[in-house]
Each structure stands twice: as C-alpha cells, then as structure tokens.
Design a protein around this ligand. Structure first.
Ligand SMILES: [Zn+2]
Ligand SMILES: [Zn+2]
Length: 286
C-alpha cells in the first residue's frame, strides 16, 4: 500500500513538473514568437529546420537539470564550508541585500564567463558544448539546447565563486522575493539573447547582453571564440574577447559533426572517435 502511494505521489510530482515546464514554454512562446515574427533577423517560419531537436532539448533539460545540479551544488557548498575560513563568508553575509545581489551577479558572471570560455578552449569540454552551437537557426528555444554536462560545468564555475565569496545565500534554495526576481529576469534574458529578433540597444549594449552580442557568439566559423558573457558584456571587454561588428551574422552552427537526434547528441561526447566520425551529420540539425 505504501509503495503504491509513494509511486502515485511520484507520478503526480512528475506530472506537475511536466505541466510547469510546458506552462513556461507556453509563456516563452507567447512572448517571443510574435517578436520573432515581426522583428526577425532572418525569416524562418514558426516550424524552422531543427525545431524538433530544440523542443526535445527544452523538455530534457527541464526534467534533468535539477537532478544534475542538485548534487553538484551540494558538493560545492560542502567543499566551500570545509575549505574557506568562516570569517570570509560571514563578511559577505553581513552586507546589505542589494550589495550581495550585485556581488553575486558580478562573481557569478566571472565564473560563467571563464567556464564558458573553457568549454570552447578545451577539446574535451567542447564536445559537450558543441551541442549548443550545433543550432543552425538561432531563436529563443536554442537557449535550452545544451548537454547536461556542459550546462552543469558552466553553472558550477559560477557557483564555486558564489560560494567562495559568500554570496551563495543571495541565490540560495530559499530565496527572498528580490533574488527570485533576479533569477527570473536572468532566465528570461538568456531566452531573449538567443531570440531571432533584430533589436539593438545602442550604448546599453556595453552594459547588458543582447541578441546581436550573443548571435555573434553563435556564428559559424568566424569569431566563434568571442562574446562569452551571459548578461554582462563588460566581461568580454575586460578579458579581450568582445566582438561587435556592424552587421548581423549570416550563418550559424559549427563544423563539429553532430548526430541529428537528441539521444545521439547526448551520447556523442562519450563515443570513441571512429564511431563519432561515422555518425550521420545533418547540416539542418539546429
Ligand atoms: Zn559557446
Ligand atoms: Zn547560446
């Protein structure tokens, strides 16, 4: 009886999770689909080439990321408390909330920037990150197209610094309204910078990332090793990787061979080279 009830609870929880993910997708689509229709960088239609893979990654990421990130966050938190002197983390905790929020945003961005840059520079990590770059149509749904190992790695790089500086409370598991709002805006913004919308923000582009900034990160060959920041392009200014030409890129994707299914893409980093080389490459996957 207990087992049946536990199973029932799990099914209900899983159903709730699916509903939550689907609802978020509905809201994101309601916001971005009209924008992409009226302000498209390139006309592509609602069902563009590769939309199925983006959609599958959206649900897969939504269902698995919690499982992947939970133990990683717990391990980092445990390691930080074991290694760092308490005085250091307590000093940050004593700061007012707004100062912790800004501190968390800055060190989080530094961690993300370097984590992201390493996924491009280190071939082993690139095999995972190439999934995100395999998209040949860049629109809002590409935001969640990412291998769980890749996403976990870059998030962990940000988290390590957040814990090291004692700012983790500001984005912790029990956030107050303001940090929750910052996390919400941050998530919304990463959809926005992928969106196929031709908007420019003038001088603000130095301060906040935009579709133009991030689309140049997705460009096929030229300058793919630029514009790593998630929200604050200043990171790229400081570390010498900013690239802002005049026009929009014309081609997206990567030369790295990529299977044309989510399962294939999930497994390809683990495949030995001869098998990976034989995998069917679909230029339209993305
Ligand atoms: Zn990248
Ligand atoms: Zn991207």
């Amino acid at each position: 009886m207990w087992q049946t009830s536990a199973l029932y609870d799990q099914i209900v929880a899983f159903g709730g999770q699916i509903w939550h993910i689907a609802l978020t997708l509905g809201i994101a689509t309601a916001v971005f689909a009209p924008l992409e229709y009226f302000l498209a960088v390139r006309r592509s239609g609602f069902f563009y080439r590769g939309w199925r893979i983006d959609l599958a990654w959206y649900f897969l990421s939504g269902l698995t990321l919690g499982f992947v990130l939970g133990p990683i966050t717990a391990t980092i938190a445990w390691g930080a408390h074991a290694v760092l002197p308490t005085a250091m983390t307590e000093a940050a905790s004593a700061l007012p909330l707004w100062a912790r929020m800004i501190g968390a945003m800055i060190v989080g961005e530094v961690g993300f920037y370097w984590g992201h840059r390493w996924t491009h520079a280190i071939p082993f990590l690139w095999q995972f990150h190439a999934v995100h770059h395999s998209a040949e149509h860049v629109g809002f749904l590409v935001n969640t197209r990412g291998h769980p190992v890749d996403v976990a790695f870059t998030r962990a790089c940000g988290l390590v610094l957040l814990y090291a500086f004692g700012f983790a409370d500001a984005v912790g598991p029990d956030p107050t309204l303001v940090p929750a709002l910052v996390v919400f805006v941050g998530s919304f913004w990463t959809y926005f910078i992928h969106a196929n919308v031709k908007v420019r923000l003038g001088f603000l582009e130095e301060v906040i990332s935009t579709p133009f900034f991030h689309h140049w990160h997705h460009t096929r060959e030229d300058h793919k090793d630029h514009n790593y920041a998630s929200m604050v392009p200043v990171m790229d200014r400081i570390f010498g990787t900013m690239y802002r030409p005049k026009d929009w890129p014309t081609e997206y994707g990567t030369a790295t061979p990529m299977p044309d299914s989510v399962i294939g893409q999930l497994l390809q980093p683990f495949a030995p080279p001869p098998v990976a080389a034989l995998t069917k490459v679909d230029p339209g996957a993305g």
